[in-house]
Design a protein around this ligand. Structure first.
Ligand SMILES: C[S@@+](CC[C@H](N)C(=O)[O-])C[C@H]1O[C@@H](n2cnc3c(N)ncnc32)[C@H](O)[C@@H]1O
Length: 346
């Protein structure tokens, strides 16, 4: 099974030809209750879920971004809940239900629906056993450096449990509610999710070099994010048009990443190198693994490792979407030199 490709076909049938336990992370979004017209394709949910379980590695994660349609009687379908329960029945853990809160939802303008404006979607995080990888994304603590107040915990009697005040740390992990705007400019696909959703999940639940799958890849958002973060990708979509769209986006991204640029070699930093170690258990926050030092070259994976080791601030800015590519972040960090502008003959 070759990595780094988009395959046109029905997801369950394509996955059926793949070996067991071959995928580290799946980040995907199914067609929501035929809410949109995907050219009338069939969606065999149960077969797809069973294949995902079979091909996920032990500790592998599936992120399922989903929402419910409204049926003809005006009720929400509840399909998202039914799907989540099915994933659990076939052996996945429901590791973490998460919410994508849309910061720019389309307001509900008619009173007829008698509903508040829907402004979120579910992101169910399923895992095959305990997740093999967790690289928490940090956010700044508002009161960093100040001392926390007294404890709010109470004894069964109602009396406050005394606890010494503590210094508040500079950062803490994000919560399971992520506020991210919906893409408003047309990508040509009816329902892409924002790059930020894919970037954050890939960063959280995988490491560079891992294989990331999107079996309903649409415009290829997950695949582009995987390439950007130095992971291998596999995409499937039933529509040839969407496969072509995804392939074009990946081509544009990898052109950005094609780095025929001089690499500025790192200075050895005594005490930081670790030898050996299991790649799957390597944590984002752990010291740099010197095995990667041998991977000289222009790969995004190498540059990401350099940023993680020497410029974690720039890596965070890359993950927050500030840079268009790994290369741009590496240039800002001084890890590679920008290409000289082409000068014509004088
Ligand atoms: C919600 S969209 C995914 C959008 C994608 N996350 C993005 O950012 O562009 C769902 C996709 O599933 C595809 N699809 C529907 N049924 C499928 C099936 N049985 N096998 C593979 N792809 C399927 C549709 O063509 C559509 O592109």
């Amino acid at each position: 099974m070759d990595r780094n490709q988009v395959i046109c076909g029905e997801a369950s049938k394509v996955m059926a030809s793949w070996p067991d336990e071959s995928i580290d992370l799946t980040v995907t979004s199914p067609p929501y209750d035929n809410l949109r017209d995907y050219k009338g394709y069939d969606f065999p949910f149960e077969e797809i879920a069973l294949e995902l379980y079979r091909i996920s590695k032990p500790g592998g994660v599936v992120v399922w971004v989903v929402n419910d349609a409204t049926d003809k009687n005006g009720s929400k379908t509840g399909t998202s809940y039914k799907q989540a329960l099915f994933f659990m029945e076939i052996g996945f853990r429901l590791h973490l239900p998460m919410i994508w809160e849309k910061t720019n939802p389309t307001p509900q303008t008619t009173l007829r629906s008698r509903r508040y404006t829907p402004s979120f979607e579910y992101m169910f995080v399923f895992s095959k056993g305990a997740p093999a990888t967790y690289n928490p994304i940090e956010q700044k603590c508002k009161n960093a450096g100040k001392r926390s107040g007294s404890s709010s915990q109470r004894k069964p009697s109602g009396e406050k449990r005394p606890r010494a005040s503590q210094m508040i740390k500079p950062t803490k992990p994000l919560t399971n509610v992520w506020q991210i705007p919906v893409l408003k400019n047309g990508s040509g696909h009816p329902a892409p999710f924002p790059d930020e959703i894919a970037l954050r999940h890939i960063r959280s639940w995988s490491n560079p070099g891992d294989t990331i799958l999107d079996p309903m890849a649409g415009s290829g958002t997950t695949l582009v994010a995987a390439a950007r973060l130095g992971r291998k990708y596999l995409g499937i979509d039933i529509s040839q048009d969407y496969c072509d769209m995804a392939a074009k986006r990946i081509e544009a991204e990898t052109a950005q990443l094609s780095l025929d640029l001089p690499i500025i070699e790192p200075q050895p930093r005594p005490g930081l190198h670790q030898h050996g170690g299991d790649r799957r258990s390597r944590n984002w926050n752990q010291p740099y693994n010197c095995n990667h030092e041998k991977k000289r070259g222009n790969s995004a994976e190498y540059l990401i490792d350099r940023l993680r080791r020497d410029h974690p601030d720039i890596l965070d800015r890359l993950h927050s979407g500030e840079f268009r590519s790994v290369r741009a972040a590496a240039i800002a960090a001084g890890v590679v030199r920008a290409r000289e502008p082409h000068r014509g003959h004088s």
